[in-house]
Each structure stands twice: as structure tokens, then as C-alpha cells.
Design a protein around this ligand. Structure first.
Ligand SMILES: *[C@@H]1O[C@H](CO)[C@@H](O)[C@H](O)[C@H]1NC(C)=O
Ligand SMILES: *[C@@H]1O[C@H](CO)[C@@H](O)[C@H](O)[C@H]1NC(C)=O
Length: 176
């Protein structure tokens, strides 16, 4: 029993070797490694104790050469939502690196790739909604159901009118 407790204490205190080898060195030394995880060779930083507007969250990820997380596959999406909910206990939406294009309202990832697989909860509505085309939409992952929901990217006025909180937690991604 004692051994188990010591092992658990060590596991939470020392950065996992994967994190140390894969995540940006500045981040590893500055941030509690508990909030970093490596999945399929990519480092993810779960920023669950800070909230920012989409643009500011995106800038924060870029500071260490990353982007907001891009769950382009169902496997990665399930992983990110499960970890957010069960490992970090997050029940609020987190920004991911996906937004709609200003001109034609198609969605693009933070690396400028076109969205192919998606998990948007209201994709149909988005396409037909004239109102939705007026404002830029940024996308957040809801860890409770794993679906993606769009909210205005950065307009406080729309935010207040729509009753949505634009200051959200977020997940950064650092590709090695
Ligand atoms: C794992 O990484 C490879 C190489 O980057 C990628 O092609 C594949 O889609 C990734 N798998 C998942 C589940 O994200
Ligand atoms: C979900 O996350 C928990 C906590 O990290 C982990 O124990 C469990 O294996 C995960 N489940 C899946 C399906 O990934």
C-alpha cells in the first residue's frame, strides 16, 4: 500500500518521459507537467485553470510554437474530451483550433487545412443560418458529450446578446 502511494506521488511530481521529450522545453520547465500529455507523438497542453477569448488563447499556444488543438480524427477527439472530463474534471467548453472562414463560412483548422471529419453539433444549422454568417464563429469542444459548438470568436456584444461566455479554457497542441 505504501509503495503504491509513493509510486503515485512520484508519477504526479515527475514529468513523464514522453512529455519531457516531446513538449516544448520552456513549457516543461514553466508549467506543471500534470497539464501536459503526449498522444500519438503530439504534445497537448490542457489549459484548464485559465480562460481566454479565442484569439488570445490562440496567441498563447503560438508563443511556444503551437496552435490550438486540432482533433481531426474521432480517436483524437475522443481522447481530448475524455481527458478533459475525467482527468481534469472539466465540464465547460474548451476552445480548439477551428473557426469558420470569413468569406464562405466553411470551417478551417488552425494550420489552414480544410475541415474534413467533424463533430459539430449544429453543422446543418450553421450552413443555413443567415445570422450565423454575419459573425465569425470559433469552435469549442464540450467534454460532456464530445461535440463541438460554435460561438462568436471575439465580439463581446454578440456574446452578451447570445448569452455565451467567450472566455474559455483551451487546449494547445505542439507537433514535434
Ligand atoms: C497519429 O499520427 C499520424 C502521423 O501524424 C496521423 O497520420 C494519424 O492520423 C494520427 N492518429 C490519430 C488517431 O490521430
Ligand atoms: C478516460 O480518462 C481516464 C482518466 O485519465 C482514463 O483512466 C480512461 O482510461 C480514459 N478512457 C478512455 C476510453 O480513453
Amino acid at each position: 500500500m505504501l509503495y503504491l502511494m509513493v509510486a503515485v506521488a512520484l508519477a504526479t511530481a515527475a514529468p513523464n518521459a514522453n512529455v519531457q521529450n516531446t513538449c516544448p522545453p520552456r513549457l516543461v520547465s514553466a508549467i506543471n507537467p500534470f497539464y501536459m500529455q503526449v498522444f500519438n507523438g503530439t504534445c497537448f497542453h490542457f489549459v484548464v485553470n485559465d480562460r481566454k477569448m479565442y484569439r488570445d488563447a490562440s496567441i498563447a499556444c503560438r508563443k511556444d510554437g503551437g496552435t490550438l488543438a486540432m482533433p481531426k480524427t474521432e480517436t483524437l477527439n475522443r481522447y481530448l474530451s475524455n481527458q478533459s472530463l475525467h482527468y481534469y474534471g472539466v465540464v465547460d467548453e474548451l476552445w480548439i483550433g477551428l473557426r469558420d472562414h470569413e468569406d464562405d463560412s466553411t470551417f478551417i483548422w488552425a494550420d489552414q487545412e480544410q475541415m474534413v471529419w467533424h463533430h459539430l453539433a449544429n453543422y446543418q444549422d450553421h450552413d443555413n443560418d443567415w445570422f450565423g454568417k454575419l459573425i465569425e464563429d470559433c469552435v469549442a469542444l464540450d467534454p460532456l458529450d464530445g461535440f463541438w459548438y460554435d460561438s462568436p470568436c471575439n465580439n463581446q456584444l454578440w456574446s452578451a446578446a447570445l448569452g455565451s461566455d467567450l472566455q474559455k479554457m483551451y487546449i494547445c497542441q505542439y507537433s514535434s
